[in-house]
Write a protein that binds this ligand. Structure first.
Ligand SMILES: CC(C)(COP(=O)(O)OP(=O)(O)OC[C@H]1O[C@@H](n2cnc3c(N)ncnc32)[C@H](O)[C@@H]1OP(=O)(O)O)[C@@H](O)C(=O)NCCC(=O)NCCSC(=O)C(=O)O
Length: 388
């Protein structure tokens, strides 16, 4: 099931955004084969409890073949998968796949329709292209990191959501799907260069417009949406928890004022930034008077634009999330469900994360390798079968 059913993708396993992109495509029905390493790269998930791979949720929905790409037979194995694929995902430093022998030129020669998806931080070229980095560095270069945080605080890294996942995985997924659509018409594949700096910069588009118009000051924590205003804020409640308020429009703000019990009070005008610190102090004092639950009873589901701030442990249990099955339990682990939703061809979490090389024999057989070929690849350790 899923709108990408029938599409075949080869994922050369990496970290962070590449696996997330592969997960998104697999959730929507693509048949993704994950090419893992034959030895532990040391880049995997750090051990929490139990078996690492079971908790590596970004690896869900697809089978794994473990291939040693430093062996010519391993390279040839991947190229044979590539011949049959619609797309490929890789997330190494620029030049790594070329040196391994699975670069875009070689792959597109084997399969001219292939969409070759490349996930990096800095992109395939530019002065920083060869430097190591992580999300925090990539978003630092886009204006995004500078903009996030409170007045008088330093920048606050927004987890690795903006670079790895928003600016990286999602743009690569979008790029791969767009290029696959184009390949259907032209018969030609191409390279998709998804750089997290480009993606994170793209996510900042609206702020560049607001800045150019004079509506956004190039400082943290003094603007409408960056906790500068009192009506787009999180407030602490009597029990030390928090609620989120997003009452931007005057009619929704009026509802906030009413349900906060401030209707009778002479409040300074909402939209003048000069009034924001004073109004924030007033609302902070009001919200501290009741618990989060009590505020939910008053404001949740109204047009205040309100929601309780839930923790990871709490979120899956919220009635709205439960009603919509926003979270799902797979193999005993609660996790976010597939998004978005399709009316005719819904996606699904098809399987829990595989161990590296768990399906090596099965994948190769499915993709047309003979018993003899599989036996020889296993014998010379170009491919490893993990026994589970
Ligand atoms: C993350 C990295 C800095 C990690 O750097 P390195 O550990 O030095 O890896 P490189 O990419 O340079 O090279 C990968 C090496 O793995 C080897 N390699 C890969 N697959 C295989 C298999 N199957 N078999 C054998 N060898 C393999 C490959 O030949 C390279 O080795 P050699 O042949 O010996 O060179 C880089 O991969 C990178 O810049 N990637 C793009 C951006 C990125 O993903 N950033 C992190 C996002 S995650 C994040 O931000 C976060 O988690 O937080």
């Amino acid at each position: 099931m899923g709108p990408l059913k029938g599409r075949k993708i080869v994922e050369i396993a990496g970290i962070g955004p590449g696996p997330m992109c592969a997960m998104l495509l697999a959730d929507l029905g693509a048949e993704v084969v994950r090419v893992d390493r034959t030895v532990d790269s040391g880049l995997g998930l750090r051990r929490g409890k139990g078996d690492d791979s079971a908790y590596n949720l970004l690896a869900r929905g697809r089978k794994s073949v473990a291939v040693d790409l430093k062996k010519p037979e391993g390279v040839e194995t991947v190229l044979r998968l590539v011949e049959q694929a619609d797309g490929l995902i890789e997330g190494f430093r620029p030049g790594v796949t070329e040196r391994l022998g699975i670069g875009p030129d070689v792959c597109l020669e084997r399969n001219p329709r292939l969409v070759y998806g490349r996930m990096t931080g800095w992109g395939q070229h530019g002065p920083l292209a060869q430097a190591a980095g992580h999300d925090i560095n990539y978003i630092a270069l886009t204006g995004a990191l500078h903009a996030i945080g409170r007045k008088d605080s330093g920048p606050v890294p927004p987890l690795n959501l903006v670079g790895d996942f928003g600016g990286g995985a999602l743009y690569l997924a979008f790029g791969i799907v767009a290029a696959m659509l184009e390949a259907e018409r032209s018969g030609k594949g191409q390279v998709v260069d998804a750089a997290m700096t480009d993606g994170a910069a793209s996510l900042m588009t609206i702020f560049y417009g607001m800045h150019a118009s004079g509506m956004w000051r190039d400082e943290r924590g003094v603007n409408v949406l960056d906790t500068g205003s009192h009506f787009y804020e999180v407030y602490e409640t009597a029990d030390g928890k928090h609620v989120s308020i997003g009452s931007i429009e005057p009619k929704f703000y009026a509802e906030l004022v009413r349900l906060a019990g401030l209707e009778g009070e002479e409040l300074a005008p909402q939209m003048d930034p000069a009034n924001w610190p004073g109004l924030r102090a007033r609302f902070a004092e009001i919200f501290r008077r009741k618990t989060r639950e009590e505020w939910c009873a008053i404001m949740e589901g109204t047009d205040v634009c309100f929601a309780p701030v839930l923790s990871l442990a709490e979120a899956p249990g919220h009635p709205h999330n439960k009603a919509r099955e926003t979270f799902v339990e797979v193999a005993g682990i609660v996790q976010p469900n597939v998004a978005p939703r399709f009316s005719r061809t819904p996606g699904a979490v098809r399987m829990p994360p595989a161990k590296a090389g768990e399906h090596s024999r099965e994948i190769l057989a499915d993709w047309g390798f003979s018993e003899q070929e599989i036996g020889s690849l296993l014998a010379n350790k170009a491919v490893l079968q993990q026994e589970v």
